[in-house]
Design a protein around this ligand. Structure first.
Ligand code: NDP
Length: 306
C-alpha cells in the first residue's frame, strides 16, 4: 500500500491555500500611536482579498520616539507600503526620500510608497479622501463658501479638498489662533480666499449667513458630552454640515444640525476614500471602494462602534 495516496483537493482547501501567508506575501501597515482601534486593516485586507493579491495589512503601534527606526525598518524589510496616522504624519517626513505634490503642500504624509528604485515617497491622500466624500454625499462646493473649524493635522486636507472642488473661499476658526493664521496663509489666493477668524468675530452672523458648508475638523466630538465648537444656533436648513469624526457615528454637532434640517455627513467616507487612494498608489489597481466601505462598516459594527 502506498503511503502517498492521492486525494482530490476541495474548492475550500484551494481557496484556503490562496489565502495562505507565504514567504512571498507582501506586508502593508499603518503606524500610529495609538493605532489598535484603527479600521484601516479591515478596509485594506478586504480590498487585497477582493483583488486576489498575495498581501496583508497590519496595524503597528509606533511611539513618537521610534518613528525614525520604524521607517528604517520598513525600508530594510521591503514592506509593500505604509500608512501613517496621528501623531506621525509630519514627523515621518525627514526620513523619506521625497514627497508627492499634495504631501509637500500640506506638510503632512499619510501614505508612503516604495518606488521601483527603492526610494520612499510620501503622499497625502486625505484631501482626495475629503473630496471623494463631498462628491459621495452630493455636496458640490464649486463657487461656495465654507466655515472650517480646526487647524490641526487634518484641517489642511479639508481646505485642499475645498480648493480642488472649486470653493470660492473659507473662514478658519481655531482655539490656537496662530495655527488658523498659518493655515490661511498657506492656502489664501485670489481664486480661493481663506481667512482666519476669531470665535467672537463681530461678523459671525454674516459669516454664517454667507456660508454654504460648515466643517468640523477639530477633535471636539470624539467624546460623548463634547460641546460642538460650531455655533449650532446659527445653522439653518440651507447649510451642509460635515464632521470628519466618524466615531461616534453621529456627533452632537451632526445631530443638532440634522434636527435643524441641514444636510449632514460624518467622516466615514473620507476614511474610505483616503484608504482607496492609498491602495491605488501601492498596487496600481483601482480600489474596490464598495468592498472597503462595507468591510469598515462591518468592523465598526463588530467592535460596537456602530
Ligand atoms: P490634531 O490633534 O492635529 O488637531 C486637533 C484640532 O482640534 C486642533 O485644531 C485643536 O485646536 C482642536 N481642539 C482639540 N481640543 C480642543 C478643545 N478642547 N477646544 C478647542 N479646540 C480643540 O488632530 P487631527 O487634525 O489630526 O484630527 C482632528 C479630528 O479629525 C480627529 O477627531 C480625527 O479623528 C479626525 N480625522 C478624521 C479623518 C477621517 O478620515 N475621517 C482623518 C484625520 C482625522 P488647537 O490647534 O488649538 O490645539
Amino acid at each position: 500500500m502506498s503511503l502517498y495516496k492521492e486525494k482530490a483537493v476541495s474548492a475550500e482547501e484551494k481557496s484556503g491555500r490562496e489565502k495562505m501567508i507565504t514567504g512571498k506575501t507582501k506586508i502593508y501597515s499603518v503606524i500610529g500611536f495609538p493605532v489598535e482601534h484603527s479600521a484601516s486593516p479591515a478596509l485594506h485586507n478586504a480590498a487585497l482579498e477582493a483583488l486576489g493579491l498575495d498581501a496583508r495589512y497590519v496595524a503597528l503601534t509606533v511611539k513618537p520616539e521610534d518613528v525614525a527606526d520604524a521607517v528604517r525598518g520598513f525600508r530594510a524589510m521591503g514592506m509593500g507600503g505604509l500608512n501613517v496616522t496621528v501623531p506621525h504624519k509630519r514627523a515621518v517626513i525627514p526620513f523619506l526620500d521625497s514627497l508627492g505634490e499634495e504631501a509637500a503642500k500640506m506638510g503632512s504624509v499619510n501614505t508612503v510608497v516604495r518606488a521601483e528604485d527603492g526610494r520612499l515617497v510620501g503622499h497625502n491622500t486625505d484631501a482626495a479622501g475629503f473630496l471623494g466624500a463631498l462628491a459621495h454625499h452630493g455636496a458640490d462646493v464649486a463657487g461656495k463658501r465654507a466655515l472650517v473649524y480646526g487647524a490641526g493635522g487634518a484641517a489642511p486636507a479639508v481646505l485642499r479638498a475645498l480648493q480642488l472642488g472649486g470653493a470660492a473661499g473659507a473662514h478658519v476658526f481655531n482655539r490656537t489662533r496662530e495655527k488658523a493664521d498659518a493655515l490661511a496663509d498657506l492656502f489664501n489666493c485670489e481664486s480661493f480666499q481663506v481667512k482666519a477668524e476669531d470665535f467672537s468675530s463681530p461678523e459671525i452672523d454674516t459669516l454664517y449667513g454667507n456660508a454654504d458648508i460648515i466643517i468640523n475638523a477639530t477633535s471636539i466630538g470624539l467624546r460623548e458630552g463634547d460641546t460642538p465648537p460650531v455655533e449650532v444656533g446659527k445653522i439653518t436648513s440651507r447649510h451642509t454640515v460635515a464632521d470628519i469624526i466618524y466615531n461616534p457615528w453621529e456627533t452632537a454637532l451632526l445631530r443638532e444640525a440634522r434636527q435643524k434640517g441641514a444636510a449632514v455627513f460624518n467622516g466615514y467616507e473620507m476614511l474610505v476614500r483616503q484608504a482607496a487612494e492609498a491602495f491605488t498608489l501601492w498596487t496600481g489597481k483601482e480600489a474596490p471602494v464598495g468592498v472597503m466601505r462595507e468591510a469598515g462598516l462591518d468592523f465598526l459594527r463588530k467592535t460596537g462602534k456602530l
